[in-house]
Every structure is written in C-alpha cells, then in structure tokens.
Ligand binder design. Structure first.
Ligand code: HEC
Length: 161
C-alpha cells in the first residue's frame, strides 16, 4: 500500500524525468562524440554504416542521372528520377534512428522533400530552374557532409576521435 500522495508524486516525477531522458537520448541527441576534424562523429554498427552509405550512393546516382538528363533536355526523366527519390523512405531501423541526432534526421528528410520539389520543377519544363533547384538541394548534401561522419562503435578509430 502506498503511504501518501507525496510518495505518488515522487514516483510520477521520477517517471517523467526518465521519459524526458529517453526522449532526449533517442529522439534528439543521438549517439555522438566530438570528432578530431570539427565534425560530429556518429557512432554506428558496421551494418548500419553499410546501409546508410548505400542510401548515400543512391543519392549520388540520382544526381548523376538528373544532371545527364537535364543536359539532354529530357526533363521527363528528371521528373521521374527526382520524384522517385522524393518518395523513397530509407529503411532505417529503430536502433539506427536512436543514434542519429535530430539535426541529421531533419536534414535527411528535408533532402527527400527537395527531390519531390525538384520533380515538380522539372514538370514545368525549365532546365535552368531544374539546375537552380539542384544547386540548392545539394547544399543539404554538402552541409551535412561538412558536419557529420560515421565511425563504427567500439573500434580503435572510435577511441581516437
Ligand atoms: C543528413 C546528412 C546527410 C545528407 C543530407 C547527405 N549525406 Fe551523404 N553522407 C553523410 C555522411 C555522414 C556520410 C559519411 C561521411 C563519413 O563518414 O566521412 C555520407 C557519405 C556519402 C557518400 C559516400 C558513400 C560511400 O559509399 O562511402 C556519398 C556518395 C554521399 N554521401 C552522397 C550524398 C549526396 C549526393 C547527398 C545529397 C543529395 C547526400 N549525400 C546527402 C550524410 C549526409
């Protein structure tokens, strides 16, 4: 039997603090350490790194396809490539979700949104507008790369960051 309402309040407070801690840890903070080159080091498993770098290469392949098609004036292909990339949702496990800081997750999802916008621009038929959007979209690539890197947790590299 619980002794007093005060005791109940204490339990509630402890639970709320725990919830706040978990929310911060899994939704906002991610699993990061400072890096030796002014970026943030995100610690992941080897499989998670392989998976996310695979997604990155798909980004680059799409950018390549879009550049080539724009040069040929084939904006229909640009629209298809960009829209498909915009619709793709990377298969990120809950564990990896918990390791990615909130800025990383929002920049990643905004990048998919910009591909969708690029698809709409391409449907308008103006190649210069496509290039403008692409220059803008690629700022997401360059700014995220300037700020983040992946290192496999538990390795010697992770200890020398
Ligand atoms: C939200 C962050 C983020 C965004 C946005 C992002 N990247 Fe990356 N990307 C990374 C990180 C982190 C790495 C790993 C860098 C490291 O460990 O040194 C990476 C690595 C890569 C790699 C190397 C893949 C490999 O196999 O080694 C390529 C290519 C790449 N990104 C392309 C792109 C392109 C193109 C875009 C934009 C369309 C993009 N990325 C957007 C975070 C991002």
């Amino acid at each position: 039997m619980l002794k007093s309402p005060k005791f109940l309040w204490l339990i509630i407070l402890v639970l709320l603090a725990g919830l706040g801690f978990m929310t911060n840890k899994f939704i906002f903070a991610g699993k990061t350490i400072p890096s030796n080159d002014d970026r943030t080091t995100i610690l992941v498993t080897a499989e998670e790194r392989t998976m996310i770098l695979g997604e990155m290469r798909k980004f680059l392949e799409t950018i390549q396809g879009i550049t080539e098609a724009t040069a040929k004036g084939d904006l229909e292909t640009v629209a298809t490539l960009a829209t498909d990339m915009g619709n793709e949702s990377p298969n990120v496990s809950p564990s990896l979700m918990g390791k990615l800081p909130i800025e990383f997750k929002s920049l990643g999802s905004a990048t998919h949104g910009l591909f969708t916008d690029l698809g709409e621009t391409a449907k308008g038929g103006d190649a210069n507008a496509v290039l403008r959007d692409m220059g803008n979209l690629m700022l997401n690539c360059t700014s995220c790369h300037a700020d983040n890197k992946f290192v496999i947790e538990g390795t010697a590299e992770a200890k020398t960051q």
